[in-house]
Every structure is written in C-alpha cells, then in structure tokens.
Design a protein around this ligand. Structure first.
Ligand code: PGA
Length: 252
C-alpha cells in the first residue's frame, strides 16, 4: 500500500526561539501512525536545530531545495550530502516558487531529483500549472511536460524512490484551494502518465496535494483515492493547524 504523508514547507519563515517552540509543540503532540509519515521542511539554518529537537520523534525533517551538483564552486548552494549530514530524510525539488522566482526549469527539477537520490534523500518533486495555463485548458499538457522531463532525466525507476506533489500554482498561498475533484483529476492524470512507463511504480507512488491546505479542507482532499497526503505551506507554521492536518490524514 502507498505511504501517506503530511509534509510542512516552512518556506522562508522562522527565527530560533519561535522555531524551537514550534518543533517542541509538534514533537510533543505527534505519535507514530501506521502507514503515515509526518515531516517538516525547514530553512537550511534551522536543520541542525530540527535534527537535535526531533531525533527519535514521529516527525522527520528535510530541506526545501538542494543543489543539482554534489560539490564544487557553487557559491550559496547546499548539496544533498550536506543535508544528509543533518539527517534530512526529504528534499523538496522544483517547487513553483523556485521555478517562477529563481529561474528553475523542468531540466533543473530533473537534475535535482537525481542529486537528491544520489545522496540518499527522498525527493518531493513538485509539479503544477499556473492559473493562465489552467484557464487555457492546458493543465494536463503542463503536467505531462513536467512529468516527462523527470522521466527523461532520471528514468521511471527514480520515481520508485521519490514522492510527487501536485501543487497548482494558483492555489499556493492564495487561499484558493483546488476542489477535491480538481485535485483527484490531476492526481489521476499524473499517476496515469507514470503508469504508461511503469504501472507498478505508478501504483506505489505517493502523490501529495499542495496549495492552501487547511485543517478545514484537509480531510476532504485526503479522502480522494489518488491523494496520498499534503504539502502544507502557511498552515504548517501554526502547531495546532499542522497537527489537525496530520490528524485528518491519520483518520482517513
Ligand atoms: P500553501 O503553500 O499551503 O501556503 O498554499 C503550499 C506550498 O507552497 O508548498
């Protein structure tokens, strides 16, 4: 059976004292649930703090990005092996904010997927269409292009060790959540596209939904057959909201 996950993406939020409080609150409240995993992807400077606070708890941690390179003269970049030094389990790859604000492309996402796997990290690869693309009726074409680039870069076998996140750009940080039906349709399309390359890998692949998930809509989204959990931005910054979303997954 596919694993189910809730992953927090803190983005560029936090400072030492508040981060310590949030990590402690999550650690104290979360207990292991069979078939479910919980994680937070924190800013790089707080990885040591997360590792220290969360070791042995039901909450794993990860990073929000990594370099496509393993080492070298890449000022400002962080490699997958550095993330492993801090016992990260996950690295987000190809988030739409990286794509739209930092010039990342389908090619970069494919390269970073490979880099994460080389370092023993589980990549969470994000795909999703913009509002203009959806309104033009191009949602499936965009998803197909993004998935095919991953398959071409690393082969379908790479997805056996990865997670995907469907994150419609128009839903991220806007409060406009995709409806459960919209999410299900996109997730089924993504799974079908991968199934054409390898049906068993597609069946086992966890696909998270991201984009304005809240405690009030999580349960409905997670009840869809191809939605295996969520990647949570804003609502991951308040312990109560994030824990309620984790509970919604556990009760599915
Ligand atoms: P949001 O962000 O939950 O704040 O919409 C999700 C994400 O960007 O991963």
């Amino acid at each position: 059976m596919r694993g189910r996950l809730v992953v927090g993406n803190w983005k560029m939020h936090g400072e030492l004292a508040a981060t310590a409080r949030l990590l402690q609150a999550l650690k104290a409240a979360l207990t292991p649930v069979e078939g479910c995993a919980f994680a937070v992807c924190v800013p790089f400077p707080y990885l040591a703090q997360a590792a220290e606070a969360l070791r042995g708890s039901a909450l794993a941690w990860g990073a929000q990005d990594l370099s496509e390179h393993d080492a070298g003269a890449f000022t400002g970049e962080v490699s997958g092996n550095m993330l492993r030094d801090f016992a990260c389990r996950y690295a987000i790859v190809g988030h739409s904010e990286r794509r739209t604000l930092h010039g990342e492309t389908d090619r970069t996402a494919g390269a970073k997927l490979g880099a994460a796997l080389r370092s023993g990290l589980t990549p969470i690869v994000c795909v999703g269409e913009t509002l203009a693309e959806r309104e033009r009726g191009d949602t499936e074409a965009v998803l197909a292009r993004q998935i095919d680039a991953l398959l071409q870069a690393q082969g379908v076998g790479a997805l056996a060790r990865s997670l995907l996140a469907y994150e419609p750009v128009w839903a991220i940080g806007t409060g406009h959540t995709a409806t459960p039906d919209q999410a299900q349709r996109a997730h089924a399309f993504i799974r079908g596209r991968i199934a054409a390359a390898d049906a068993a890998i597609a069946a086992d692949l966890s696909v998270l939904y991201g984009g304005s998930v809240k405690s009030s809509n999580a349960r409905e989204l997670f009840s869809m057959p191809d939605v295996d959990g969520g990647l949570i931005g804003g609502a991951s910054l308040a312990a109560g909201d994030f824990l309620a979303i984790c509970a919604a997954l556990s009760q599915r």
